[in-house]
Design a protein around this ligand. Structure first.
Ligand SMILES: [Zn+2]
Length: 142
């Protein structure tokens, strides 16, 4: 069953579909960038985007663009390259939004100027107002 699907993916009436290799390679590169970004973000507990993410994005999107332009997919079947491109991308998007929210919630608002100050800071870096150490629970309501 799986080998039949795999065979159909790369062979069409005896012709090897070279562009499928490009498409899946593009998917792989495009997908890998999320692990790079995710790893960096989980390590810092803050949403960060390493430079490698943009390089992988560039390479992956060029490969997928070439695939979209030059592969002539079968009209009666779903295009699995593009299905895969979008099937899992929402997972890191949601995870990043959660981490961003948590990171923001851990920060303190300056009562003087309203600036968002890093957790545990004693003074506002923007205006110098003394900040009282707010309990973490109180800040998380925002
Ligand atoms: Zn301030």
């Amino acid at each position: 069953m799986m080998t039949g699907w795999l065979h159909d993916q790369f062979w069409n009436h005896g012709d090897f579909r070279w562009w499928e290799i490009v498409g899946w390679l593009g998917n792989f590169v495009f997908f890998a960038r999320f692990f790079v970004q995710w790893y960096a973000t989980e390590r810092k507990k803050q949403v960060v985007v390493p430079t490698a993410f943009w390089w992988l994005s560039l390479a992956g999107s060029l490969l997928l663009l070439a695939y979209a332009l030059f592969s002539h997919s079968k009209p009666d079947k779903p295009n699995w390259v593009f299905v895969f491109s979008y099937a899992f991308t929402w997972i890191p998007y949601v995870r990043n939004l959660i981490i961003h929210r948590r990171h923001r919630a851990a920060h303190m608002d300056c009562p003087g100027c309203g600036a968002i100050c890093p957790p545990q800071s004693n003074f506002c870096p923007a205006c110098g107002t003394r900040l009282q150490a707010a309990p973490v629970v109180q800040a998380s309501g925002k």
